[in-house]
Write a protein that binds this ligand. Structure first.
Ligand code: SAH
Length: 273
């Protein structure tokens, strides 16, 4: 039997209107959708009810499904001729294990297609009025995971090098960085980044509960705690954050003018600086 195709599809940051036209078509045509826990129901529901939905975020026992289990399910079903959509938040290949899954499927002889999505690394800041790059403020963009312990000797990240990209005027975007925010801030300070470098955190970008807070490298940990930033959130460090103050009123007006999307919702008790 001819195997089905697995499409590694990016679902975007959460707003169903930020799902690509191609992703929508594949959701329509799939036999089954395997989705991660970060993909909101509103996007899963874009697939017709006849399409089987498989939650590969959590197993029945509440534990995370292992990557090996996900790979096995995909290979078994695709080998039986099913066309699968492997739906991941943001872009499938930005901290989404899209590359690993593509390799595994390719080795098993399963045809694979990658369908890029809108990554939270760029969309999160953008929606909050922080451009990833800007001719006057940043000419480079670095995206890292904040999940690793920066003091660990075998850390895959060189925080001194990351600090240098910021002092050189670049933008640093940290995903998965809420838990280790204080450690990552300390690592950047130790690498020579100024205490008053602007920082923004954007929680649940593009979703109705989108929430953003700004501060400086020295104040952001306290700020995030005050307003209660929880994952998923994107942290952005660099001069581009200062652009936000000049566009927030316009973003707010657009959010009020339209029924949904893109509005900036700072905690009114915590003024931006
Ligand atoms: N592939 C995804 C990233 C997956 S890693 C992408 O391209 O966006 C998970 C991390 O992504 C979260 O810890 C958070 O840092 C970020 N993230 C995903 N969706 C988000 C959202 N709607 N708002 C803010 N951060 C988000």
């Amino acid at each position: 039997m001819r195997p089905g195709t697995v499409s590694l599809v990016g679902a975007g940051p959460g707003d169903p209107e930020l799902v690509t036209v191609k992703a929508r078509r594949l959701l329509d045509e799939a036999d089954a959708v395997l989705y991660d826990s970060l993909v909101p129901e509103a996007i899963r529901d874009l697939a017709p009810s006849s399409v089987e939905r498989i939650d590969v975020g959590k197993r029945g026992d509440g534990e995370r499904t292992t990557q090996a289990e996900i790979n096995r399910v995909m290979v078994r079903r695709a080998s039986a001729g099913e066309d699968l959509v492997r739906l991941k938040s943001g872009d499938p290949c930005v901290f989404g294990r899209g590359g690993e899954e593509a390799e595994h499927l390719a080795a098993a002889g399963i045809p694979v297609e990658v369908v890029p999505g809108v990554t939270s690394a760029v969309a999160g800041p953008g929606l909050a009025g922080v451009p990833a790059t800007h001719r006057d403020h940043a000419s480079s963009l670095t995206v890292v995971t904040g999940h690793e312990d920066p003091t660990k000797a075998d850390s895959a990240l060189d925080w001194d090098a990351l600090a240098r990209t910021v002092t050189a005027g670049g933008t640093l975007v940290i995903l998965m960085g809420v838990g280790r925010l204080p450690d990552n801030v300390a690592a950047l300070r130790a690498g020579g980044v100024d205490a008053d470098t602007p920082v923004a955190m954007i929680e649940r970008a593009s979703r109705p509960e989108e929430f953003a807070v700004t501060g400086t490298l020295d104040s952001i940990t306290e700020r995030a705690r005050e307003v209660g930033i929880d994952p998923p959130a994107v942290t952005v460090v660099g001069d581009v954050v200062s652009v936000r103050d000049r566009v927030t009123d316009a973003l707010r007006a657009a959010g009020t003018a339209r029924s949904s999307g893109g509005a900036v919702r700072d905690d009114p008790a915590v003024p931006t600086e």
